[in-house]
Write a protein that binds this ligand. Structure first.
Ligand SMILES: Cc1ncc(COP(=O)(O)O)c(C=O)c1O
Length: 78
């Protein structure tokens, strides 16, 4: 519900969302990770997800990460 409200503001104000989801796999039992990008097609377009392997695969120090988002922005970043 909090993400839905944040998403509404970001869409209304055309704010690009950078969502650091590195703790995606580390959630308490019974909890579920929710990405703001999955809430609507519009929010998916508006979001750049950043993630990496240091938390999910106990690979701290390796500095392996990635970004996912719409083509235009990822191409510009590349
Ligand atoms: C919220 C958050 N994002 C990103 C990172 C970056 O992780 P790393 O540099 O180990 O890939 C960390 C590391 O502690 C973190 O706490």
């Amino acid at each position: 519900e909090e993400l839905v409200e944040l998403g509404k503001v970001c869409l209304e104000q055309d704010i690009l969302i950078v969502s650091d989801e590195i703790y995606e796999k580390l959630v308490y039992e019974g909890s579920k990770h929710v990405s703001i990008a999955q809430l609507s097609p519009e929010l998916k377009e508006q979001t750049i997800i950043i993630n990496g392997v240091s938390k999910s695969h106990s690979m701290t120090g390796w500095r392996i990460g990635y970004a996912a988002g719409n083509d235009k922005i990822i191409k510009a970043m590349t």
